[in-house]
Ligand binder design. Structure first.
Ligand SMILES: Nc1ncnc2c1ncn2[C@@H]1O[C@H](COP(=O)(O)OP(=O)(O)OP(=O)(O)O)[C@@H](O)[C@H]1O
Ligand SMILES: [Mg+2]
Length: 268
């Protein structure tokens, strides 16, 4: 792994003491995963800062990131998103959402691990910007290296379902209600947060029991001045339109063009 000899690090007395402290702590109580050295260090730092008290089981295990249920010191429940060491393919995939964003001008680490840290911070920053502008997203709590801590969306220990998982149990009226919320949030993302989500779909919308929605997975969101922002917005709107029109069968929703105008028309 890079130029660092992990075996040496792990066999040093300092790290053994450090590992023992972690094992003794409650942090990893029921997590069966073996995290890499850097992730362990990052989680430990979040614990030292008294943000995370312990980690529980996996909520979701994707190709690039895993999401865990975590707990704060006052019993708060958090979703802890951890980016795993990236492949060359991942590096290639994310560059188009970084290069061209004025917020990241001149900031392109060559080192893959540093790029992942930048990507994690980018997600946190996007989440914060959206949250502060009234977009319905999980509340951002903390970020450190490849670990992002945010509000857990769900009831007790069970995460809320994604739109893709529940839509076929919902009435047309319920679906319209969800559609309206998505468009309303896309307007806020564009007009107030000055961002484009760039991965908007039925896979990145959570639905609470009261049918209010929460938009997730904002790492790839770009500033509206990114040269491809309009293409990303176009793709987002097509995705949402396709899902509600074709899959869910809502034939009376506005056309792709009208939806786009609704989102970018930031007047009163
Ligand atoms: N704040 C949250 N509260 C509860 N569950 C969450 C939260 N954020 C994410 N999840 C769960 O974790 C899953 C993956 O999160 P996210 O979409 O952010 O990551 P991803 O990189 O797209 O991963 P994947 O490739 O698995 O989709 C979500 O589909 C959802 O089930
Ligand atoms: Mg996702």
């Amino acid at each position: 792994m890079n130029s660092i000899d992990e075996d040496k690090i792990f066999s040093s007395p300092r790290i053994r003491r450090y590992e023992k402290r972690i094992k003794d702590s409650e942090l990893f109580e029921t997590v069966e995963e073996v995290f890499d050295y850097f992730t362990v260090k990052s989680l430990y730092e979040l614990m030292r800062r008294r943000i995370l008290k312990r980690m529980n089981g996996v909520i979701s295990s994707g190709k690039e990131a895993r999401v865990y249920l975590g707990y704060g010191y006052n019993g708060e429940k958090y979703a802890v998103k951890i980016y795993l060491t990236a492949t060359a393919e991942f590096r290639k995939g994310i560059l188009k959402y970084i290069i061209g964003d004025p917020r990241f001008e001149g900031l392109l680490p060559r080192d893959t691990r540093k790029l992942i840290y930048l990507w994690t911070r980018k997600e946190f920053r996007n989440l914060k910007k959206m949250y502060e502008n009234g977009v319905s997203v999980p509340k951002p709590i903390a970020v450190y290296n490849n670990v992002l801590v945010m509000e857990f969306i769900g009831v007790e220990d069970k995460r809320a379902p994604l739109l893709i998982e529940v839509w076929d149990e919902l009435s047309e009226e319920d679906l319209l209600y969800i559609f309206d919320q998505i468009i309303d949030n896309m307007k806020k993302i564009y007009c107030r947060a000055k961002l484009v989500h760039a991965d908007m779909s039925e896979y990145n919308v959570m639905v609470r029991e009261d049918l209010s929605i929460v938009i997730i997975d904002v790492s790839q969101a770009v500033h509206i001045e990114h040269p491809n922002a309009m293409d990303f917005l176009d793709r987002d709107i097509r995705n949402i339109h396709r899902f509600f029109y074709r899959e869910a069968g809502l034939e009376d929703i506005p056309s792709v063009n009208d939806l786009k105008n609704m989102v970018v028309n930031c007047g009163a």
